[in-house]
Design a protein around this ligand. Structure first.
Ligand code: SF4
Length: 77
């Protein structure tokens, strides 16, 4: 399993909790009702990517730490 760097753009997050529902060990809402990463290794990569894809405002970015490749959103070519 690749090591992932997951970031949440809190300015964009609307607190819908979709990511928390998909991967509750990875994402939790903070005191302001915005998602934050509590454990980047808390779910399989595919689940984390599904959570990023499922965010209605695309606030989650996932980067493969090993290669530096941005996995989501797909880098613009
Ligand atoms: S799915 Fe997106 S908008 Fe909803 S809580 Fe997670 S980061 Fe925020």
């Amino acid at each position: 399993m690749a090591k992932l760097r997951i970031t949440v753009n809190k300015a964009r997050c609307i607190g819908s909790e979709d990511c928390v529902e998909t991967a509750p060990a990875v994402f939790q809402l903070d005191a302001d009702g915005k998602s934050e990463v509590v454990n980047p290794a808390g779910a399989p990569d595919a689940t984390i990517l599904a959570a990023a894809r499922g965010c209605p405002v695309k606030a989650i970015t996932v980067v493969d730490e090993g290669s530096g490749e941005q996995l989501f959103p797909p880098p613009k070519k």
